[in-house]
Design a binder for this molecule. Structure first.
Ligand SMILES: [Zn+2]
Length: 111
C-alpha cells in the first residue's frame, strides 16, 4: 500500500503532544482511539529520532498533517530534566487529554 502525503483538504490535523517523553498524536478519525508515535527509530531498536512527515494511523489507515507546537525543542529540554520518564508529559492548550487527566505537569488546566 502506498502512502501519499495528505493534502490540506484532508482530515483535521493530528495534534502533537508528549506522553512519557515521546511525541505522539491521537488518530483524527472519530472512534478509532489509536495513538501513534510521531518519530521513528533510525535503526532497529534504536531511539525514535526521525520525525514523520505526516500522521498515519496503523489501526484504521487515517492520514493527516501533524500540528506541531512552535516550541517543541524547549518543551523537550524542560521535560528531560524530570528523572522519571512517565512524568514527561505535555499537552497543547485545550487538548482532550490535558483537561481529562488533571494535567500530569502539576498544573491544572484553566477552565
Ligand atoms: Zn485510526
Amino acid at each position: 500500500m502506498a502512502f501519499e502525503t495528505p493534502d490540506e483538504k484532508g482530515p483535521a490535523p493530528a495534534r502533537a503532544y508528549v506522553y512519557s517523553g515521546e511525541w505522539v498524536a491521537d488518530c483524527t478519525r472519530p472512534g478509532c482511539g489509536c495513538v501513534e508515535f510521531l518519530f521513528t527509530p533510525q535503526k532497529m531498536n534504536g531511539p525514535r529520532v526521525l520525525r514523520k512527515p505526516f500522521f498515519a494511523c496503523s489501526n484504521c489507515g487515517q492520514q493527516a498533517v501533524i500540528d506541531w507546537p512552535g516550541h517543541q525543542d524547549e518543551i523537550m529540554l524542560l521535560l528531560r530534566r524530570r528523572p522519571i520518564p512517565q512524568t514527561r508529559n505535555w499537552y497543547p492548550q485545550d487538548h482532550r487529554s490535558r483537561s481529562t487527566s488533571g494535567s500530569p505537569t502539576g498544573r491544572r488546566s484553566r477552565s
